[in-house]
Design a protein around this ligand. Structure first.
Ligand code: DX5
Ligand code: ZN
Length: 219
């Protein structure tokens, strides 16, 4: 069942010089999840933050820490991100041929497991992990950078995955990440998404605008 729309601001668009204060501000403005984009300069062409930073910012919000790992290899870092305070760890299906094992590893640590697909990846990659994931993340841009344009072809993918979730009978978040604005937010929720990641659209204008930014995304 499609649940209430939740907004997951990506801190990639926050002011990194004051990350703790930024997280406290976006929490107070109504964020549901805090989305943390982890990039390695290998799986994606950008480098961001590691587990030490996740640990340092964790005390600034009690909201769900939704950690999106765009790294390969990934297994060696899962425990560090779990120990740092992640509530959900999402990995990319393309990042390792053994993503089933990686999902098992995340679950064994007692936290939620997510799987993400790049825009070019087919929904069939999810077929054999529907029984173990808590979140499916559809990338609506090619991962690596904030501020890119939403790729429209992903709407059909969202609808297909919504159907797969209904068929599974399981409680799985359907998250979309990349190019989310008040306009595209409407399209993805109509297609069946229920967790919207938004970097630029959440943090634009500075802290005085965060509550209004989030309100507009809820539609
Ligand atoms: C892209 C990241 C996204 C990104 C979204 O690789 O996974 O979370 O920060 O940024 P916007 O909302 O600006 O497209
Ligand atoms: Zn992300």
């Amino acid at each position: 069942m499609q649940k209430n729309i939740r907004i997951a601001p990506s801190i990639l668009s926050a002011d990194f010089a004051q990350l703790g204060a930024e997280i406290a501000a976006i929490d107070a403005a109504g964020a549901d999840y805090i989305h943390v984009d982890v990039m390695d300069g290998h799986f994606v062409p950008n480098i961001t933050i590691g587990p030490a930073v996740v640990k340092a910012i964790r005390p600034f919000s009690k909201k769900v820490f939704d950690v999106h790992l765009m790294i390969s290899p990934v297994d060696a870092y899962i425990k560090d991100f779990a120990d740092a305070g992640s509530d959900i760890i999402t990995i990319h299906a393309e990042a390792t041929p053994h993503f089933h094992r990686t999902l098992q590893l995340i679950k064994s640590l007692g936290i939620k497991a997510g799987i993400s697909l790049n825009p070019g990846s087919p929904v069939e990659m999810l077929d054999n992990v529907m029984d173990m994931v808590d979140l499916i993340l559809v990338m609506s841009v090619n991962p690596g950078f904030g501020g890119q344009k939403f790729i429209m072809s992903q709407l059909a993918k969202i609808s297909r995955i919504r159907q797969m979730i209904e068929d599974s009978g399981r409680d799985i978040d359907l998250q979309v990440d990349g190019g989310i604005t008040p306009e595209t937010a409407k399209l993805v929720t109509q297609a069946g998404a229920d967790v919207l990641v938004a970097g630029t659209a959440s943090f634009t204008g500075g802290p005085a605008h965060y509550a209004e930014n989030i309100r507009k995304l809820r539609g």
